[in-house]
Design a protein around this ligand. Structure first.
Ligand code: ATP
Length: 284
């Protein structure tokens, strides 16, 4: 039997860091949602007790370092599954881009293996397993739109924002999430975005207010380190995006656009100097 799971990319509509915790993680407040740019996982049971990962993307690890591998290993250990699995990752989400591609693959593997091996693991438990794999994995297990607190694993589901276009552009640089948090100093942030304002904008389904309240404190670290990210933001605004923000720790920048008639112009304008550009819909 073969099963398939979609692993969509996430964007942060708002990301604030409150403080550094004693355990080394940062206490965050985020609003996350998903966009229709997704990896696709194909999972097939193997007679041998082994985990095999393959992918057409040449630039991700296919061994224990792969988050889908780690998800399969964790589920096998916890539920004493003595069967093997072959997982093919059809990658479309850019890697190390601030779009949680690896986390979403891990979440899709958890959901998929729960089905493939008929384990009936309740959602609550899948979320806990996800948190062991990474801070963004629990959100990727549930999807939708959520407020995330703690190190990102404490979730409160909210309604989806109104439908719109999302233009994503990734400059050709790699940004390590660990480096960005390592260089982050809470006392150097002059403006924290407001969680309350963003949540209210979403609840009122006000696209204009969502654009106004977009905010990500990690821009204060990534933008000075990588001027090309700021240039992309400026280009998106110039080309007519309604709201523009860096996602996660970057370097991907996203622009929200309500009018379909503007999408081609922004997309083509960005393609002029950035190779990786995607025009997708918000997943609502
Ligand atoms: P986040 O927004 O959660 O920080 P990201 O989008 O910045 O994530 P990922 O694409 O998840 O970053 O990749 C981060 C690192 O994880 C990469 O360096 C990659 O080698 C490794 N990795 C492990 N498993 C995967 C996977 N299934 N897909 C992509 N990268 C993976």
């Amino acid at each position: 039997m073969k099963i398939y799971e979609k692993a969509p990319a996430k964007i942060n509509l708002m990301l604030d860091v409150l403080r550094k915790r004693e355990d080394g993680f940062h206490e965050v407040e985020m609003v996350m949602t998903m966009v229709d740019l997704a990896d696709r996982l194909e999972m097939e049971e193997l007679p041998r007790d082994t985990i095999i990962i393959s992918s057409q993307a040449g630039y991700i690890p296919l061994d224990e370092k792969n988050l889908a591998f780690q998800a399969a290993k964790l589920i096998k250990e916890r539920y004493d599954v003595r069967k093997g699995v072959y997982i093919h990752l059809d990658k479309h989400i850019p890697v190390a881009a601030g779009l949680a591609g690896g986390s979403s693959d891990a979440a899709a593997a958890l959901r998929g293996l729960n089905r493939l091996w008929q384990l009936n693991i309740p959602q609550e438990e899948l979320l806990k397993l996800g948190a062991e794999l990474g801070s963004d994995v629990p959100f990727c297990v549930t999807g939708g739109t959520a407020i995330a607190r703690g190190r990102g694993e404490q979730l409160e589901q909210i309604i989806n924002p109104p439908q719109c276009w999302v233009i994503l552009a990734k400059p050709p640089i790699n940004v390590s999430t660990a480096d960005v948090y390592g260089n982050f100093k809470v006392d150097r942030i002059n403006k924290h975005p407001s969680l309350a304002n963003m949540v209210q904008a979403i609840e009122q389904q006000s696209f204009a207010d969502i654009c106004t309240h977009l905010g990500n404190v990690l821009e204060d670290v990534t933008l000075p380190m990588h001027p090309e990210v700021l240039q992309l933001k400026e280009a998106m605004i110039r080309l007519g995006a309604d709201g523009v923000l860096m996602s996660g720790s970057g370097p991907t920048v996203f622009g929200l656009v309500s009018k379909e008639s503007k999408v081609a112009r922004i997309y083509n304008g960005l393609r002029g100097f950035c190779k990786e550009v995607y025009a997708v819909r918000m997943l609502t």
